[in-house]
Design a protein around this ligand. Structure first.
Ligand SMILES: [Zn+2]
Ligand SMILES: [Zn+2]
Length: 354
């Protein structure tokens, strides 16, 4: 029997999220059925609900930072059993058989990965629906295990914000002795600071607002630069090995390129729109600098970031909300009024469902 699931869904770009009941499929042979305990609220959730990228199919249940407890497993599942605490991030499927998938880089699947919400399920053609809900069914390949002792609430955002910042730091070999800049102090940026510090780097946070200077330092940044202050920017010219750019809206890149050493790397993890204003080629060529992008991380690396954070006691700073407060949370997130991630406590929905 399919499982009746209580959720909040967006039904149109100009409407608030509203209560929405739907059925989750029975587990397929390799599926894990999960009762959702917590779900983080990511900026992408808001973009999807508002159809900012133009391809949202309504109704849509957002949420891709899911932590829950296994209630049932299919007969072919080997890694998980009933009662296990698990997580689901931004992907729930891929072709599982291309070079990228075989390399554990399912996010770069040559045939396209299946998003946790808003994608067509390749097996039955239904639309996937995310974690603003009481229950989810996911193939075990796309499920990660919660390490013993990890705080489940603050672990939820590691499944998107954490892996998104961890993956490029790891890929580009950030280590002790490196100077790393992190641009933006939101959900991604504050994790970027903590993780870059854990990799051994000296970390500078770039923020537009003077008001975030103390806050950034209390989150572990060694230095803070107010990016709107030309003098402060000039003082860090040709300083950094690596720049992690978490800003999700268009912003000038050239001023940050000037702060990179020769061979420095500037990685975008938030901006989906065209780079505007354009980058000046000379700023790349004359110092052999690189500008690139990075998308979440593969499944092995997603497990790795959870284990890494559990071992080192690294947590995401979260503010807990009830699911029926989601529209207010969206408004506050839009205004930058969250330190640093909202996480939905799904217990609020269970009471209602009973
Ligand atoms: Zn996300
Ligand atoms: Zn693939």
């Amino acid at each position: 029997m399919p499982t009746l699931t209580h959720a909040y869904a967006a039904h149109a770009a100009d409407r608030n999220l509203e209560p929405f009941d739907f059925n989750r499929r029975d587990p397929r042979p390799d599926d894990v059925a999960i009762e959702i305990l917590y779900c983080g609220v990511c900026h992408s959730d808001l973009h999807f609900a508002k159809n900012d990228w133009g391809f949202t199919q309504f109704p849509i249940v957002p949420g891709h930072e899911i932590v829950g407890r296994v209630t049932q497993v299919g007969p072919e599942v080997t890694q998980y059993q009933e009662g296990d605490l698990v997580g689901v991030g931004c992907m729930v499927d891929s072709c599982r058989d291309c070079q990228a998938c075989n390399d554990g880089l399912e996010q770069y699947c040559l045939n396209g990965f299946t998003m946790t919400y808003g994608s067509e399920d390749p097996h039955d053609g239904s639309m996937t629906q995310g974690g603003y809900s009481t229950f989810v069914v996911v193939s075990e390949r796309f499920v990660v295990g919660m390490p013993n002792g990890i705080d489940l609430k603050s672990a939820a955002p590691l499944l998107c914000a954490g892996i998104t910042t961890y993956s490029p730091l790891k890929h580009y070999g950030v280590k002790a002795g490196h100077k790393v800049g992190v641009i933006g102090m939101g959900g991604l940026g504050h994790m970027g600071v903590k993780l870059a510090k854990a990799f051994g780097a000296e970390v500078t946070l770039f923020t537009r607002s003077e008001s975030k200077v103390e806050e950034a330092k209390s989150n572990g940044a060694d230095h803070v630069v107010v990016s709107t202050d030309d003098e402060q920017m000039a003082a860090v010219a040709e300083t950094f090995d690596f720049m992690l750019d978490t800003v999700p809206v268009q912003h000038p890149i050239d001023p940050y390129l000037a702060t990179l050493k020769y061979d420095g790397t500037h990685i975008l993890v938030g901006l989906m729109d065209p780079i505007e204003p354009a980058i000046t080629g000379m700023n790349l060529i004359f110092k052999r600098r690189v500008v690139g992008g990075s998308l979440i991380g593969g499944m092995p690396e997603t497990q790795e970031v959870l284990d890494f954070c559990a071992e080192r006691g690294i947590t995401c700073d979260v503010e807990m909300i009830d699911l029926n407060d989601i529209n207010e949370a969206f408004e506050r997130m839009k205004a930058g009024d969250v330190r640093y991630r909202f996480v939905i406590d799904m217990a609020s929905m269970k009471d209602k469902a009973a």
